[in-house]
Structure formats: structure tokens, C-alpha cells
Design a protein around this ligand. Structure first.
Ligand code: GLY
Ligand code: MN
Ligand code: MN
Length: 426
């Protein structure tokens, strides 16, 4: 769990970045309609959560900064017995004041009047300029004469790049649940089942372990389905002799995990499947072994492309010199995506990849990124030996950068051919 003092520290770090005579405002997420009058389960805005740990709707965090002092203020919705009967308990101002280490807590209903007061003597407004939140639009209307509006979001995103010890613990907890889910998928009998059955088994494990949700819609893709990178239909039968690509991770206490394993329906890899699988696996292991502070992600990307391309030439999937193939980008047909991304409160954590001078940010202790090479060969690709057609393989782990190397946070999840085959119930 993250202590209130840590949230306070984060707010102080953010406030330090605001110039004197500034007001900073961040709104909670707005509820998302699913259809007609039903809603998706409410999920707090990631930046708002990062700064407050507060899960309620209709809240505002405000920074008031002058040359001499910083005031942090929250607005929360009022307690209302009738509404709470329908949608659950609200913290209310009194409880919020004793929980959050902020200077003042007001009612959300008073926001507009207070805000007008706050901006009177301020020169700069920092808000989520690019957001579509309707509350923000109202604020922008109230401040249309203000010349100096700035985006507060990049300042927060930059902070989210380096994970604290307590964040790393939460990511580990999220991964531990996801590990159980992948092992469940590997070990159940798959005969006669559909992709959605495996999805249900995985998500059963998430829910049984108190994970709020999946961090993204689970991909359970059998055979050629795996060649659709964002396949989420999950509605096909599991065919004997095919591989299943499972990209699934839970969100637990607002922290994501993002793991992919590719397993055989029958429990046993065929020889061609093994050849392709081991190429992806060896590439992934090699890339992980290169990870340490000061290494650049683009360097990992380049190495992965070289290793996969060389391997595909050996298997007769690509022809020619690897340098020429890469120069002409021909390998992208089979490995079209990136080597990985930041992960944290969001599965694709929106922390920056480049600094203010547009230079790539090298890896540093405390960053968490995924490493996920893959090879995807369409069933109708006649330029490839038939034995490899209709196979899509990705292997994805979540990696923490440490002082002088890295730690694979998901290394407990079966990954070698032998480990996966040993878990299968035939
Ligand atoms: N699950 C989404 C991704 O791997 O990036
Ligand atoms: Mn990923
Ligand atoms: Mn993934």
C-alpha cells in the first residue's frame, strides 16, 4: 500500500515544478457510459490517482502557489444518504480532511466560486490542457482571458517514469496474480474448448485474487488469430495442433501487469513451432540480458530486429543478407511492433520516452518496461515454408531496471518449451 505521506511527497514534487503565482488543477475521471444508462465500472484517472490515491468521482485537486507558500486543496462530493444508497459510500469533507495530507478540503459544489477566488491573484494556470473532461472545459471557459495556460500532465508523466519502492511492490503483487492466471491457462485441459473459455479461466483467477480488473482486454488467440496483434474477439475453437497466444494481465490496486505466453493446445509443441518459439525466446532472453542503466530502448529494439531477422533467415522465412532485409524493412512483415513500453498505473504508462530536448531517455534504476518480441506468420503467406504458416508467437515479461542490471519481475511464469509442456494436462 502507498502511504498518505508518499502521495503528499508526490504533490510537493509536482508543486515545485510550478512557477510562483500559479494555480494547478487536476480533475478526477468522469464516469464512462457503457450503453444507454449503464456505466463501465468507475476507474480513477491515473494522474489523479498517482497524486491522491483517491478513488471517488467528482473530485478536484488544486495547487495554489505563491512566492511564499504552497497550499494544496481538494474538493470532494458531499455525503448524501439517498445517492449513497444507490452508488455507494462517499468519504465526505470531514473524513477527507483527516485522511489526505492537504491544507483544506471543500465541497465539490463550491468549486466554481472558490476557483474564481483562487485565480484572482494568479498569473499561471496549469491544467490538463488536452483532456476531454467536461469539468475542465468549464474551467477553461472561466479562464478564457488568461494568457498563460500550461499543460500539467507532462509534469506528472515525467514523475511516473521512476517507480518508488512501494509502487514496485504493487507491480509485483499484480504480476503474482497474473502468474497464477497464466499457469491456470497452461494447466487446464483445452480439448473441445474455445478461446473465451481460456479467457474466462484467466479472468477467474484475476477476480478470485481481488484484482480490480484486467489491465487491458485479454488476448486469447489460437492459431492464425495470433497474427491479429490486437485480437480480442476470443471466439474461435481451440484447434488441436495449434498454438495459443495469451496476452493477459490484471490490474491490482491500480497497478498493471502485462504478460504474454504462447502455449500449444495439445500441450506439446510440434518441431516447427518449437523452432519459431525458441527463436523468439532466445531473442527475448538476450535482450533482457542487455538491460541495465544507461542502455537505450531503441538499442534493444535494433538488437531484437537483428536477432529475429537472422533467425528467420536460418529458418528460410526471409532470404538475403540481414542488413539488406533490415534496411528495406522487410522483417517488419513478421515483427511489426516495438520491443516494449513503460508499465505502471497504466499498462502503457504514458511516461515520456524523450527528454525536453527530444533526446531519448536512457534506462534508469526504478523504471519498469515490458520486453515482448514476437514473430507472426499469416496462414496465407506463400513466401514462407508451409510448416511455419498460421503461427503467431509473442513472449512478454515485465522488467524492473535495477542499480546495475535488471530484474525480470515475471520470471516465475513458465516460459521454456520444457516448462510449458510439463504444466500441460493432456
Ligand atoms: N497487452 C498490450 C501490450 O502488450 O502492449
Ligand atoms: Mn505490452
Ligand atoms: Mn501484452
Amino acid at each position: 500500500m502507498i502511504k498518505e505521506s508518499e502521495y503528499k511527497k508526490r504533490r510537493e514534487v509536482l508543486a515545485k515544478k510550478l512557477p510562483d503565482s500559479s494555480i494547478g488543477i487536476i480533475f478526477s475521471a468522469e464516469p464512462a457510459t457503457r450503453s444507454n444508462d449503464t456505466h463501465h465500472p468507475y476507474r480513477q484517472d491515473s494522474n489523479f490517482y498517482y497524486l491522491t490515491g483517491f478513488k471517488e468521482d467528482n473530485a478536484v485537486l488544486v495547487f495554489l502557489k505563491t512566492k511564499h507558500e504552497l497550499q494544496t486543496v481538494m474538493f470532494v462530493q458531499k455525503k448524501d444518504k439517498t445517492l449513497e444508497l444507490w452508488s455507494g459510500e462517499r468519504l465526505g469533507t470531514k473524513e477527507a480532511k483527516s485522511r489526505f495530507l492537504v491544507n483544506e478540503v471543500y465541497l465539490r459544489d463550491d468549486f466554481k466560486n472558490k476557483f474564481k477566488e483562487f485565480i484572482k491573484d494568479k498569473k499561471n494556470i496549469y491544467c490538463e490542457l488536452a483532456s476531454k473532461k467536461s469539468a475542465l472545459k468549464k474551467v477553461l471557459k472561466l479562464t478564457k482571458d488568461f494568457k498563460t495556460k500550461h499543460d500539467i500532465v507532462p509534469l506528472i508523466q515525467k514523475m511516473r517514469l521512476i517507480k518508488s519502492a512501494s509502487e514496485i511492490e504493487l507491480i509485483k503483487e499484480s504480476i503474482a496474480i497474473t502468474a497464477k492466471a497464466h499457469h491456470r491457462a497452461m494447466s487446464i485441459n483445452k480439448k473441445g474448448k474455445f478461446e473465451y473459455h481460456l479467457q474466462a479461466e484467466i479472468e477467474h483467477e484475476f477476480k478470485m485474487n481481488a484484482a480490480y480488473s484486467d489491465a487491458y482486454t485479454s488476448i486469447v488467440a489460437c492459431g492464425n488469430s495470433a497474427n491479429t496483434l490486437h485480437y480480442i474477439k476470443n471466439d474461435k475453437p481451440l484447434e488441436s495442433g495449434e498454438l495459443i497466444l495469451i496476452d493477459a494481465g490484471c490490474e491490482h490496486n491500480y497497478y498493471a501487469s502485462d504478460i504474454t505466453r504462447t502455449i500449444p493446445v495439445n500441450g506439446k509443441f510440434t518441431e516447427p513451432q518449437k523452432e519459431l518459439y525458441n527463436l523468439v525466446l532466445e531473442t527475448q532472453l538476450k535482450i533482457i540480458s542487455m538491460i541495465k542503466p544507461f542502455v537505450k530502448r531503441t538499442h534493444l529494439q535494433e538488437r531484437a530486429e537483428i536477432l529475429l531477422t537472422k533467425g528467420m533467415i536460418e529458418l528460410g522465412i526471409l532470404r538475403g543478407s540481414y542488413k539488406k532485409i533490415i534496411k528495406l524493412q522487410k522483417h517488419k512483415k513478421y515483427y511489426p511492433h516495438g520491443i516494449g513500453h513503460w508499465m505502471g498505473i497504466d499498462v502503457h504508462d504514458p511516461a515520456p520516452y524523450k527528454d525536453d530536448k527530444h533526446q531519448e531517455i536512457p534506462l534508469q534504476k526504478g523504471m519498469v518496461l515490458t520486453i515482448e518480441p514476437g514473430i507472426y506468420i499469416d496462414k496465407d503467406d506463400r513466401s514462407v515454408p508451409e510448416i511455419y504458416r498460421g503461427i503467431g508467437i509473442r513472449i512478454e515479461d515485465d522488467i524492473l531496471i535495477t542499480k546495475d542490471g535488471c530484474e525480470n519481475l515475471s520470471s516465475d511464469i513458465a516460459k521454456t518449451v520444457e516448462e510449458i509442456e510439463a504444466l500441460a494436462e493432456l
